[in-house]
Write a protein that binds this ligand. Structure first.
Ligand code: FRU
Length: 284
């Protein structure tokens, strides 16, 4: 099977590939060919076309952006080759199975957390992921819906930083210059939350506000450690789905019926500990 990853520049993606490789070792009849699209939609389309030329039995793909990748995924699926889409969706439903957490729900939980820690009053800077990737849209919508019940919680600035720490740092510098008081930074992933934290710290303003992110990767550079150190107030586990995607792929290749959607669980991580968040969707 071909596995088209949208980039390997972000630690979360490296973790996904490691999970895929580790789980694949349990299925000796699975051979995986990897491609890294380096955040480039055109390269990702070319990677999938290359897989088609090589003759794959199944495509696994984590698309960079939904719209530009939809036609090639549809082409593969309509050619009778099963497709497992991971984490970032495509448009429509021309694929076999989607594996990922519910980003709208994560956004809602983040908004509810922000409302609770601020007592429903405060100025929020929202730092957004790549706009063409569905998790950025859903994490924003969920959070906006959650805080709509709190008229004294205001989003005062919402720049795009494309999931990247460095871009979040420079966007946050502009937010700090424009706003003398910021209470909360909600970033759509931990690297951007940590970038915003670093920008605030450079101005001596990091104590003025709380930072909330998403991913909760383990390890020294991950969100869990940032919560433990007090750099982030909270983060939400965003499982990579690598393990589950390989399991689904193997089941498909053995002719088993599989669900169209596999919803992975999230978990809120704060310095007080973690709390499971229940999801409506089925698991496994
Ligand atoms: C990695 C990443 C994660 C984020 C996910 C959303 O590429 O930016 O940090 O949670 O993608 O698709």
């Amino acid at each position: 099977m071909g596995f088209s990853q949208c980039n390997l520049g972000e630690p979360w993606r490296v973790a996904m590939n490691a999970e895929v490789a580790a789980r694949a070792r349990d299925f000796p009849d699975l051979e995986i060919v990897y491609a890294d699209a380096q955040q480039d939609n055109a390269k990702q389309v070319a990677d999938v076309e290359n897989f088609l030329r090589q003759g794959i039995d199944l495509l696994m793909i984590s698309p960079n952006e939904a719209r530009p990748l939809t036609p090639i995924v549809e082409r593969v699926f309509r050619a009778g080759i099963p497709v497992v889409v991971i984490d970032r969706g495509i448009e429509g439903d021309q694929y076999t199975t989607f594996v990922g957490a519910d980003n709208y729900q994560i956004g809602r939980e983040a908004g509810e957390h922000i409302a609770a820690v601020t007592g429903g009053r405060g100025r929020i800077v929202e730092i957004r992921g790549l706009p063409g990737s569905p998790p950025a849209v859903d994490r924003s919508r969920g959070m906006h819906d959650a805080i709509a019940a709190h008229p004294d919680l205001q989003i005062i600035h919402s720049p795009v930083a494309n999931w990247l720490r460095e871009e979040a740092m420079s966007q946050m510098e502009m937010a700090l210059a424009a706003h003398p008081r910021i209470d909360v930074v909600y970033a759509h992933n931990d690297p951007m939350a940590i970038g915003a934290y670093l920008a605030a710290k450079a101005k001596g303003r990091e104590q003025e506000m709380l930072f909330v992110g998403i991913d909760a990767l383990p390890g020294l550079d991950g969100g869990r450690q940032a919560v433990a150190d007090g750099r982030l107030d909270a983060t939400f586990v965003y499982p990579t789905g690598g393990r589950e995607a390989v399991e689904i792929a193997s089941r498909i290749l053995h002719g088993e019926a599989v669900p169209h959607r596999v919803v992975l669980q999230t978990e809120k991580i704060t310095a007080k500990g973690s709390g499971r968040i229940s999801h409506a969707g089925p698991r496994g």
